[in-house]
Design a protein around this ligand. Structure first.
Ligand SMILES: [Zn+2]
Ligand SMILES: [Zn+2]
Length: 255
């Protein structure tokens, strides 16, 4: 399987829309971060995780093409608001695309974008995106031939979907992990985990928290994602312990 980090940035991206790079070196291309998202390719299936505001550019960079499903980690704007661009994939594939998420996440998306889960009307040319709503719970999830495991994460204001595929797991937007989540992560070789900044934050893990989790879970490799502009790539590389690195947009991980 392959996991591609499409976006490694926090909700504002880096640089911020104001042009500020904060502590990030603007001359290092690894510091230019779009909103957090990954593409999972496993057992012949291509699965998007989230469709944030940068979805279109990210997907073009990853090679475009049909997809077999979209998992929504939660309903926040930085993970959802590129949703309208799915319509071009509907048009290309001439069918609805299944979306997976916790019930309350799909309900929130349906509230904000009330047209996306309506039955497709291809005779009108797919001018609106068309998604099938598939509520999920914790445990095993099959999308076509791909076998995934879903586990619950605490994001302070809501729960988010943790995803494990074989030896790789993706945990974005998380501030607390309970015993069940830590069990689901046990034995992963590579863990991509949200780390907004060095200091603690109300709804996101800071660096100390991530390193404490690393001691419990013991993965060979950790990639930090969902980073804001205080997280300069090269500075992090020189200060992080062995086996922990910042992710960057376009990073490909083989499992
Ligand atoms: Zn986020
Ligand atoms: Zn969030």
């Amino acid at each position: 399987m392959k996991l591609t980090v499409l976006g490694s940035g926090s909700s504002s991206g880096v640089p911020y829309i104001t042009g500020e790079w904060d502590q990030c070196d603007p001359s290092d291309p690894r510091n230019r971060r779009t909103r957090a998202s990954v593409l999972i390719e496993s057992d012949g299936e291509r699965i998007m995780v989230d469709t944030g505001p940068d979805f279109r550019e990210q997907f073009l960079r990853a090679g475009s093409g049909p997809i077999d499903g979209i998992i929504y980690t939660h309903g926040h704007a930085d993970h959802v608001h590129g949703i309208d661009d799915i319509r071009a994939l509907n048009h290309q594939m001439q069918k609805q695309i299944p979306a997976f998420g916790y019930d309350e996440c799909l309900t929130e998306i349906a509230r904000r974008f009330d047209y996306v889960f309506k039955p497709p009307r291809p005779q009108f040319g797919w001018f609106k995106p068309s998604l099938g709503a598939n509520p999920i719970e914790n445990g095993d999830l099959k999308i076509g031939n791909a076998a995934l495991r879903i586990f619950e994460q605490d994001h302070g204001v809501c729960r988010t979907t943790g995803i494990r595929v074989g030896d790789i797991a993706y945990s974005t937007d998380v501030v607390k992990l309970d015993a069940e989540a830590l069990r689901a992560l046990k034995g992963v070789k590579t863990w991509i985990v949200g780390c907004l900044r060095r200091e603690p934050h109300q709804v996101h893990a800071g660096l100390d928290q991530v390193l404490r989790w690393a001691d419990i879970i013991g993965p060979e490799k950790i990639y930090l994602t969902h980073m804001n502009a205080s997280m300069d790539y090269q500075s992090l590389m020189s200060e992080l312990p062995d086996g922990v690195e910042p992710a960057s947009d376009g990073l490909e991980i083989q499992g």
